[in-house]
Design a binder for this molecule. Structure first.
Ligand code: ATP
Length: 489
């Protein structure tokens, strides 16, 4: 599989030109790995969020949502292991002073080998890296970098420091009494949303009268001081996660792990994304909390990369919070265990987690949708850039375009918009030729364009144009809403 950075560059430019994504505080030259979503991007992002929320809460019998604060009691992060373990091995190039995550540096070299046709060498390098990472063998990793003569992309030299670990959490101080030197008063910007769910496990279970198995879902911002942050919205320092923690009876973790692995992939495919762009990747090295873990990988323009993680976390998190808070995190299960004939009784539930980055999902949807099409015929050269979003996710569902600015056509167009806008997002445009307006709507990914012309005044019909096939047909105005609603259901 070739990695296509040209496509990523084209997507980045397109996203900016059409109001999807801007660099943060761009007038001050931007802030590395931080981005703002524009008028189109925020709509697309919200549609992805809504689709996830609906499928993970409304359509489930036993999953509810919460919205926890970004700031949490500092002990949360000691209990979760993030203060001690949320580190990545890093290496600095002594000449450029550039710092790299070791696994990314080696993976980058492996990708280059593959692109040069050295598939076997690339695979061997990755296998060697996985084995060394699994053992936390930093000296071995350094040898691997040296023996493969891996160079810094900036200085072009192999002059590396030893490998060290850095904590990825951002911290700040709370109120006026805290001092930044006082580790106990350090407040962290949460690096994941999951802990907000764990500390509320009993609140939700008791007030919601939830019975195991049940889940708690959440969408929210997370912050990580990523060292390598140069892949657009794939790796950001401020990003959004959509996470669900599913609480289960100990002993049932394997079946629930498999269930959620399959269920989450189904969700991706149900949005109309192609199966061949997905694959599972089982983890060799497990995080400090994990019993089993896999990634759902997507084929981004930069290659197959992690989009979502499914983790079997055992009772690690709730046990840790019980220990640090000195408050019992147990559940009383009065279902009868067939083996003993008695209720299962008190236990700390096990957890299966599904965790997806909203921004990464945005990039998956955007890169899958982006197409440069050659429409040339024998008579004339022509092309278009089109975003073939699934209709359900498209920022604008229907554009209404009066053929001319006069003869009452704008009024009819406005009437159509008024009758549809409470059901879905419409857009009005009267400037430029119809052809140009269609192209602009293609570039924004609008699945339906409706043209109002003089015939409309006579028979109440309009031309509807379908983005993907570019076919057009005449339909009565009162059919429009149904056509669009059917496509976005
Ligand atoms: P990676 O190995 O790519 O750094 P991770 O394994 O650390 O990711 P998790 O901690 O499992 O990621 O987080 C769950 C999900 O959150 C990821 O699958 C990804 O979609 C998203 N995510 C994590 N870090 C970032 C980031 N810096 N920017 C955007 N999304 C992120």
């Amino acid at each position: 599989m070739a990695t296509d950075t040209n496509t990523l560059q084209a997507i980045i430019s397109h996203a900016k030109e059409y109001g999807f994504i801007f660099p943060s505080s761009e007038i001050y030259d931007g802030l590395q790995a931080v981005y703002d979503y524009g008028q189109m991007g925020s709509e697309l992002k919200k549609n992805i969020k809504d689709a996830w929320w609906k499928s993970m809460t409304q359509l489930q019998d036993n999953i509810v949502g919460i919205d926890a604060a970004i700031f949490m009691h500092p002990t949360t992060w000691k209990a979760s292991g993030h203060v001690d373990n949320f580190n990545d091995p890093m290496i600095d190039n002594k000449d450029s002073k550039k710092r790299y995550r070791v696994d990314h540096l080696i993976e980058g070299h492996a990708e280059q080998l593959k692109a040069d046709g050295k598939e076997k060498e690339s695979e061997d390098l990755l296998a060697a890296m996985d084995a060394l990472i699994a053992k936390d063998d930093f000296a071995g990793l350094k040898d691997l970098i040296d023996s493969n003569k891996i160079k810094c992309a900036i200085s072009g030299t192999c002059n590396w420091t030893d490998i060290r670990q850095f904590n990825l959490m951002f911290s700040t101080e709370f109120g006026s009494t805290a001092s930044s030197d006082d580790a106990d008063n350090k407040i962290y910007l949460r690096p994941e949303t999951a802990q907000g769910i764990f500390v509320n496990f009993l609140n939700v279970q008791k007030t919601g009268r939830m019975k195991i198995p049940f889940g708690i879902a959440q969408i929210g911002k997370a912050f990580r001081n990523e060292i390598v942050a140069r892949q657009f919205i794939f790796r950001m320092r401020e990003f959004e996660q959509m996470e669900m923690q599913f609480f289960i009876r100990p002993g049932t973790q394997d079946e629930w792990y498999e269930f959620w692995k399959a269920e989450r992939l189904k969700w991706h495919l149900s949005l109309g994304l192609p199966a061949e762009k997905y694959r599972y990747h089982d983890h060799v090295k497990l995080a400090h909390y994990a019993k089993a873990a896999c990634d759902i990988e997507f084929e981004f323009p930069i290659g197959f990369k992690e989009l979502e993680g499914i983790h079997s976390r055992g009772d690690f998190d709730l046990s840790q919070h019980q220990e640090y808070s000195k408050k019992k995190q147990q559940y009383f299960d009065n279902d009868v265990d067939p083996a003993t004939g008695k209720p299962y009784g008190n236990y700390i539930p096990y957890v299966i987690e599904t965790s997806i980055g909203l921004d990464r999902m945005f990039l998956a949807v955007m890169s899958n949708a982006y197409m440069e099409q050659d429409l040339s015929t024998a008579e004339k050269q022509d092309s278009r850039v089109v975003l073939k979003f699934p209709a359900k996710l498209a920022p604008i569902k229907m554009a209404v375009l009066p053929l001319t600015k006069k003869d009452g056509l704008p009024e009819i167009a406005a009437g159509i918009i008024n009758s549809c806008k409470s059901s879905f997002r419409c857009f009005y445009e009267e400037k430029d030729s119809i052809g140009k307006r269609y192209r602009r709507m293609d570039a924004l990914g609008t699945p339906f364009c409706v043209t109002v012309d003089h015939q409309t005044k006579e028979d109440n019909t309009v031309t509807i144009r379908y983005r993907d096939s570019m076919e057009q047909e005449r339909i009565p105005i009162d059919k429009l809403k149904e056509v669009v609603l059917q496509a976005i259901e």
